[in-house]
Design a protein around this ligand. Structure first.
Ligand code: IMP
Length: 435
């Protein structure tokens, strides 16, 4: 069984916790896009881990973690994360596989990211300033430098030329920047010396793993609404976090994806700028932020909060062919007397049920809210579905009806064990064993 786990909203849905929970049933966890802009927070026995680039599967000692060709890698960030994990007693060496086709984030990408945001002024994207967009821009412009280029002895002169040309062009673009291309090249050579044992053709590696009967979990970063094609463009990240990214970002065929699990919060958050129809700009939004500890895992920025938006999650269900969702942070809604749900949008006298592709139309949309009763007994830490208050079960049932797929998993707290996997669900079937 090879399963994709990806975000059904604007990221931060709790994918890290879900991947961590599911990992014991998989031999390999493979990331297919994004870079160290991702921030997966996982709590294990009360200890908090924030993973940025390395898949959350790393917390389980027998799992191999893969970074696919669709990922962009900042070697300094990778090494820093490895050191942090090893300081906490998690061995990374020998468990990491990196695609020779993955593109590198170079020092000038970070500078360009910050500069481009400053230039956009009020129209800024609100990026994580990690150089993600400029690295993907270079990839698409066919001037990027890939991990495998660093070890390609036959074309070491070509690497030197590419680094010199890229750095010099960026120096001209940035104006006051005088980055030394020799230093950049030296840094890359040092990075290669360390990365070399981990670098493979990931498509071949995963095909062999599948042939040997191993199961692979494909881990998405960010979320459907931050997807470069299907999200709220241009307020998106620069890669495909939706399911198509699994094929292009790892070199696996569609038939190597046996199931897709979407992760969604029981409400909605977004960090960064851009449209957010069900956003709450009042004290209720602040209450959600405080109760859900909604501050960015990577940047610490406060997340924008709002009610559950069924239009958004339906969009994610359709694009990704979700078999089911994992509904996270239900406990954050504990104590709210009423819980509105966004069931559609209104723009002028039109009702809109499918997420619009046009920013202008989106800006004119207001949410159509349906109010569900809240619950008085807390859901926090509840570990059996039947122990949830009746109103919470009704809330989940209404969401399932609105999005058209079941909530196979319900998460009621940050700990690994605060999770309900519904026995009759498709996910319970997937978790039959370890491949
Ligand atoms: P970038 O990926 O740094 O270019 O940022 C583009 C947009 O994606 C910004 O709105 C970021 O806040 C958002 N973003 C990137 N990574 C994440 C994530 O892991 N969680 C939530 N938002 C993210």
């Amino acid at each position: 069984m090879n399963i994709a786990v990806l975000g059904a909203q604007w990221g931060d849905e709790g994918k890290g916790k879900l991947v961590d929970l599911l990992t014991p049933h998989f031999s390999t966890v493979a990331r297919y896009q994004g870079g160290h802009n991702a921030g997966h927070t996982v709590f294990v026995a009360g200890t908090k881990f924030v993973l940025r680039l390395i898949p959350s599967g790393i917390l389980h000692p027998d799992t191999i973690c893969v970074l696919g060709n669709g990922v962009v890698i900042d070697p300094a960030a990778l090494f820093a994360e490895i050191e942090q994990l090893e300081a906490l007693g998690i061995l990374v060496e020998g468990r990491l596989v990196i695609s020779n086709r993955a593109h590198l984030i170079l020092p000038y990408h970070r500078e360009l990211d910050v500069l481009s945001e400053a230039k956009r002024g009020a129209r800024k994207i609100g990026t994580t300033s990690r150089g993600i967009g400029p690295a993907y821009s270079d990839k698409v412009a066919r001037r990027g430098i890939r991990v495998g280029d660093l070890g390609d002895v036959a074309s070491s002169a070509a690497l030197e030329d590419a680094v010199r040309e890229n750095v010099e062009a960026r120096n001209r673009l940035i104006g006051e920047s005088h980055m030394d291309w020799h230093a950049v090249l030296d840094g890359l050579r040092q990075a290669w010396a360390r990365m070399r044992p981990w670098v493979r053709d990931v498509s071949v590696y995963l095909a062999e793993a599948r042939r040997a009967g191993h199961s692979v979990l494909y881990e998405g970063a960010q979320g459907t609404m931050l997807d470069i094609d299907h999200g709220t463009y241009p307020y998106v990240t620069s890669s495909n976090g939706t399911v198509g990214g699994v094929c292009t970002g790892l070199g696996v065929p569609p038939r190597a994806i046996d199931g897709v699990l979407g992760v969604t919060k029981a409400y909605t958050t977004r960090v960064g700028d851009g449209p957010f129809p069900s956003e709450l700009l009042d004290a209720t939004g602040e209450r959600l932020r405080a109760a859900g500890h909604e501050f960015g895992a990577v940047t610490g920025r406060p997340r924008r909060c709002g009610w559950f938006d069924a239009v958004v999650v339906r969009h994610a269900v359709r694009i990704n062919g979700l078999d089911a969702v994992a509904l996270t942070k239900l406990d954050v809604l504990d104590g709210f007397p009423e819980i509105p749900v966004c069931v559609g949008y209104r723009a002028g006298d039109r009702r809109i049920d499918e997420f619009p592709g046009e920013l202008g139309l989106l800006a004119s949309c207001s949410p159509i809210l349906e109010t569900m009763p809240g619950w008085t007994t807390p859901t926090a830490g509840v570990r059996r579905f039947e122990d949830l208050p009746a109103e919470a079960r009704a809330y989940i049932a209404r969401i399932e009806q609105l999005i058209g797929v079941p909530a196979a998993i319900v998460s009621t707290g940050s700990d690994r064990d605060d999770t309900i996997v519904r026995g009759d669900s498709v996910v319970a079937g997937w978790l039959g064993g370890r491949g």
